[in-house]
Design a protein around this ligand. Structure first.
Ligand SMILES: Cc1cc2nc3c(=O)[nH]c(=O)nc-3n(C[C@H](O)[C@H](O)[C@H](O)COP(=O)(O)OP(=O)(O)OC[C@H]3O[C@@H](n4cnc5c(N)ncnc54)[C@H](O)[C@@H]3O)c2cc1C
Length: 256
């Protein structure tokens, strides 16, 4: 078996490297190289540059605006980004909620949510953990009660990374108490500007504000924001598959 890169793959690597040389802004590269905390502005600016090139989501298929790269090309891209000192793209939208929307969302939801994730315009955060509900998510209590064409959401999420910047949060919520605790969980997209949402900072040991508590007090969420079927977002094999879409961590060493 020949494990070397093919000439086409080497040419692709050279193209990515040249693009990064020409387009990665110096101030962003410097921040990454100095290992300073990434901020919203640099993350969104870099996402916009990649998006305009058509490289906004290295793992997405072409039908949703991705470059349609194969796994080797995806790895080459991620390697070159890390070597060049590019900032990590925001996983919550691109690599966590997007594959779920692609797999379980209807056409309307795909059209509505995927473009803002790809361009970086919409900032997403993840609302799974709760006080008392971490690894064992089946114990989650944040509830969403159906009333007509809305859900009324009450409860709390915690450890919400970068939730202070978010336009949207994807949440696991309890829609039923019937049956096993693993049943009765649904996947709901919630606009962070909805009335009744309160975001409170958790200040970490290093004094930084990266994580938050998010409170929901009678938040009215349109039922059309439910992804997939009600009560079916528990640990089913197909749901777990979509949730575990490849996440390539690139902290960006800035060293070639
Ligand atoms: C910096 C930071 C950012 C985070 N960001 C987010 C976020 O954006 N959104 C979000 O939803 N969550 C977030 N989390 C929460 C994170 O995903 C949880 O910490 C995680 O789910 C674990 O839950 P826990 O901390 O309550 O630990 P616990 O569930 O209490 O687990 C404690 C320990 O027990 C072990 N354990 C638990 N159950 C078992 C078992 N059955 N068998 C054997 N061992 C077990 C675990 O492996 C762990 O070592 C964040 C956490 C941190 C620290």
């Amino acid at each position: 078996m020949d494990l070397n890169y093919t000439p086409e793959q080497e040419a692709f690597r050279a193209e990515v490297r040249q693009f990064l040389d020409d387009n990665l802004p110096d101030d962003i590269r410097e921040r990454v190289q100095k290992r300073l905390r990434h901020d919203k502005d640099m993350t969104q600016r870099w996402q916009k540059i990649l998006y305009e090139k058509g490289w906004g989501a290295s793992t997405w298929p072409e039908e949703f605006g991705g470059p349609g790269w194969n796994p080797i090309e995806q790895i080459i891209f991620e390697e070159e980004c890390a070597l060049a000192g590019a900032p990590r793209q925001l996983d919550f939208g691109l690599r966590m909620v997007a594959p779920v929307i692609m797999t379980f969302g209807n056409d309307e939801q795909k059209k509505r949510f995927l473009p803002g994730i790809l361009s970086g315009e919409d900032w997403w955060c993840q609302g799974y953990s709760e006080p008392g509900s971490g690894s064992d998510l089946a114990s989650l209590r944040c509830s969403a009660k159906r009333e007509g064409d809305h859900y009324i959401v009450n409860g709390q999420k915690t450890w919400t990374t970068l939730g202070q910047h978010a336009d949207w949060i994807f949440c696991l919520v309890r829609t039923s108490n019937e049956g096993k605790p693993q049943q009765g969980i649904s996947f709901l997209l919630i606009d962070m500007n909805d009335p009744g949402i309160d975001v409170k900072p958790i200040i970490m040991l290093d004094g930084e504000h990266e994580i938050n508590e998010v409170y929901f007090d009678n938040v009215k969420v349109p039922a059309e924001n439910l992804i997939g079927e009600e009560n079916q977002a528990g640990p089913t094999p197909s749901f777990c598959w979509a949730m575990s879409a490849p996440v390539w961590r690139t902290s960006g060493s800035g060293k070639r």
